[in-house]
Write a protein that binds this ligand. Structure first.
Ligand code: PEP
Length: 258
């Protein structure tokens, strides 16, 4: 990697109540502390369900832990009659640094399209949150060999209307849908191909400095055992981890990866 700070983000999805969430954060930080984790080099983020964010925040602030936290979704609106939604302001008041936008499970089960994902990315920036924009192709597209075109298209749509300095701060997670929760991890070369194409697209649309700054993660069945190969790729700056982030030993192993 260049000067980009590695990010390992754990997407807990709809798992763990607030007590279990606190327990996992405690265990994870003990393990990382024991292994003398270098948080400056590798940032570690957890993304609990909304109902656990306040408990995780209290623990992180109270014990001055080096972890950061975020949320799995954000409303595109700032406030009002949107029953069940959670605004960016609410998340930033809970100390969130990151928020996922356009995770494939949101796209699939909640019909989120590129336009909505773009609105969510913009909402994140309005409230001082860093969006982790999730993109990636399904199996059909991969079989047709159109993974780069498809994924870069999602990125382009999600970046509409953003300023260069915002894009420099954004995190883009390449998550091939066929690799999420399936145990079927992309090869390091597969990950590098698309992550490099994303960075190239950012360079063409903005400039080389923005492309150099933007962090591109890989996600999809990452485990401690396969993280080193993925992280060895020059355009992969970290991982977005689902299932394996629920096991503190495993996630700590991913955070150490080498
Ligand atoms: C995810 O949910 O973002 C993800 C990558 O899941 P998993 O690691 O379980 O494949």
């Amino acid at each position: 990697q260049t000067g980009r700070r590695v990010l390992m983000a754990g997407n807990w999805k709809m798992n763990l109540d607030h007590r279990e969430a606190v327990h996992l954060v405690q265990k994870l930080t003990w393990i990382l502390q024991d292994k003398k984790h270098d948080y400056e080099r590798v940032e570690v983020a957890v993304l609990p369900a909304f109902t656990s964010i306040r408990s995780v925040q209290t623990l992180i602030d109270g014990d001055k832990l080096h972890l950061v936290h975020g949320a799995q979704d954000i409303s595109q609106y700032d406030k009002g009659a949107y029953t069940g939604d959670v605004s960016g302001e609410m998340l930033s008041k809970l100390g969130c640094r990151y928020v996922l936008a356009g995770h494939s499970e949101r796209r699939q089960y909640h019909n989120e399209d590129d336009q909505l994902v773009n609105a969510k990315v913009q909402a994140a920036f309005r409230h001082g949150l860093v969006p982790i924009l999730c993109v990636g192709e399904g199996l059909e597209v991969r079989r047709e060999g159109r993974q780069v075109e498809h994924t870069v298209g999602q990125v382009q749509a999600a970046l509409d209307g953003l300023k260069a300095e915002q894009v420099a701060d954004i995190v883009i997670a390449y998550e091939p849908v066929w690799a999420i929760g399936t145990g079927e991890v992309a090869t390091p070369d597969d990950a590098q191909e698309v992550c490099a194409a994303i960075r190239q697209a950012v360079a063409e649309r903005y400039d080389a400095n923005v492309a150099d700054a933007v962090r591109v993660l890989y996600g999809g069945s990452v485990k401690a055992a396969n993280s080193a190969g993925i992280m060895a790729q020059p355009d992969v700056d970290g991982c977005l981890v689902g299932g394996a982030s629920l096991d503190p030993e495993e996630f700590a192993g991913i955070c150490r990866y080498h």
